[in-house]
Write a protein that binds this ligand. Sequence first.
Ligand SMILES: Nc1ncnc2c1ncn2[C@@H]1O[C@H](COP(=O)(O)OP(=O)(O)O)[C@@H](O)[C@H]1O
Ligand SMILES: [Mg+2]
Length: 610
Amino acid sequence: MNPAVAPERQGTLSDWQLYRRLLAYVVPYWYLFLFSIGGFLIYSLGNVMLADLMQFLLDSLNGRPAAEGGVVSRTAYKLAGETGQSALEFARVAVPLAAVTIAFTRAMGYFAGTYFMNHVARNLVHVLRRQLFEKMLVAPSAYYDRQSQGILVSKITFNVEQVTGAATRALKVIIGEGMTVLGLLGYMLYLNWRLCLVFLLVAPFIALVVSVVGKHFRRYSRRIQASMGDVTQVSGESIGGYREIRLFGGQRQQGDRFEQASAYNRNQSLKLAFADALSTPVIQTMLAIALAALIWFALDPEILAGFTAGSLVAFLTAAGQLGKPIKQVSSVQSIIQRALAASEDIFAQLDMEEEQDRGQHVTSRARGDLRIEHLSFAYPGGVEDVLQDINLDIRAGETVALVGRSGSGKSTLIQLLARFYPMERGAILLDGVPIQDYRLDNLRRQLAMVSQDPVLFNDTVYNNIAYGDLASASREEVEAACESAHAMEFIRQLPEGLDTRLGDDGGGLSGGQRQRLAIARAILKDAPLLVLDEATSALDNESEHRIQRALEVIMRNRTTIVIAHRLSTVEHADRIVVMDGGRIIAEGSHQALLEEGGLYAQLYHQEFAA
Ligand SMILES: Nc1ncnc2c1ncn2[C@@H]1O[C@H](COP(=O)(O)OP(=O)(O)O)[C@@H](O)[C@H]1O
Ligand SMILES: [Mg+2]
C-alpha cells in the first residue's frame, strides 16, 4: 500500500450492520421488493425450465421416453401420451410452443424484477439524499468550519448514487442470477447428485477469490469516493474564484491540484477495474476446470449407463448455463463494495451530532434585555480563548456599538448570541433567561442580523427579502423595508424590479447593493434584537450615512448592537464598547472615550488622519 496517500477511513459499522441499516430503508417498499423478487423468481424458473425442455426435445428425437426429467418434460410426456401422436410429431408442435411460452413468461418476470427493483432503489436514494440534506440543515457550525463545501456536496451527489448501484444492479443480479444458480444446481442435483457434487468442489475456491477481491474493492472504493470529493472541491473553488485565479496567475496551481485529485481518482478506479477484470476470468477458468472434470466423470461408462442422452445433455446444459450467472454474481462484488463504502460514509454523516436544541423556553416577542456574564470562549478545536471574561449589560431598546481592531472577537460574540457555537463558560441571558434555555428557532426569531458578507440565494430579489419565516409578508411591507434600506432606488433600475432573479449568491450586484438587500431583509424581520456586523462596510460614505439615518428610526424601539469599522457611524450610539484581544477594555459615550484617550481615541484619530 502506498503510504503517501491520505489515511484510510475505516468504517465503525460492520458489513452486517451496514446491510441491516440499508435494508431498513427498503422495508417501507417491501411490497415492491416482493414483486421484484417474484419477478426474478419467475425469470430464474424460466431458465431452468428451458434446460428441462431441451431434455424433452432430445429424448423425443431418440424416441426414448425418460422418467427423470423435470416438470416440463414430465408434463410434456403426459400430454404426448394423451394425444396419441408419435413423440416427434408432438415435440414438433409442443417444444416451440412451450419455448415461446416459457420465454415470454421469463421476459415478464425479468421486467417486473428489474423495474420494481429500480423503484425500490430510486426511493432508497431519494430518502438517503433527503436525510443527508436535512442533516446538513441542523449540523453545528463547527461542522462547516471543518469540512470543505465540495466534499459535502459530493457526499450528496456521488456517494448516495453509489448506493443505487448496489440496490439496483447488484440486487437484481444476486436475486435474479443467484436464484438461477440455485435452480440449476437443484436441477442438477435432482438429475444426478453425485455428479453434481463433483461440480460443487469448485465452490470454496470461488468463494475465496470473491472474498479476497472484495477487500481490495472496498479500499479502492473509499479512495475513489474521497477523491471525488476533492475533484468537486477544486472545481467549485475554481468556479467561485475564477477572477482571483486569473489575476494572480493561479491557473497552474489550480490545474495541478485538479490534475492530482482526478489522476488519483483515475488510478484508484483503474485498480478497482483491474481487480474486477481479473476476478471474472479467474472464476471462469475455475468453472471450466470443474466442467471438464464433470465431463470426465460423466463419460465414465458406469455413470453413463444411468443417463438417457437427454438427461445427460440437460445436465451438461444446466452446468454450462451456470457459468454466466456465477460470473455475474461474482462481478457485482465491485458494485456492492462501492455501496458499502459509500453507506459507511453516509451513515457516519447521518449519525453525526446535531446543533444542540434542548431548550424549552418560548417567547412570542422578547423585550430585548441582554446580559453577558463572565463569557469566555474558544472555537471548537482552537486552543486560544477568542473571548475572555466578557461582561456586558444591554438594556432593552439600547443601541450599543462594538468597536475594536479586526480579530478582537466582535463577530464571535455575535455568533454566540445566535448560538452558532455551544458555549461552556459564562452565560448570555435574554430577558433574564439563558439563551440555551430557549428553543433554538424561537431564539433566532428574536434576532435580525446583517453580516459583513451577507448571503443571497439564487432566487428573485423579492424572495430574497421575504425569505424563510418572512415569506408571508405583504408586498407593501417588502417594498417599505426596501425603501428604509435605500435598496428600492437600485431595485427599480433592475430589469424586472423586485421580481428580477439574482444569480448564485446575488451575482451581478455590487457589495453595497447586496448589503442593502440584507438590511432590507433584517428590517422586514422586525425582531426585538438587531445586530449589524459591519453591515454597511461596503457602502460609500454618503450611502452609509443615509442608511444610518434610516436605521436610526428602526433602532429606536429595539435593542441594537452595531459593529462598525468606521467610527464616524457609531458616534451616536447610546454606549460604545471597546474590545481588544477578546476582552472589553473600555466603555462609555463617544465623548467620554475620546477624552479618556485610550484605544478608541487612537482608532478615531487614525480614521480621520487617513
Ligand atoms: N470559525 C472560526 N474558527 C476558528 N477561529 C475563528 C473562527 N472565526 C474567527 N476565528 C478567530 O477568532 C478571532 C476573533 O475573530 P472575530 O470574532 O471574527 O473578530 P472581529 O469580528 O472582531 O474581527 C480571530 O483570531 C479569528 O481568527
Ligand atoms: Mg468581524
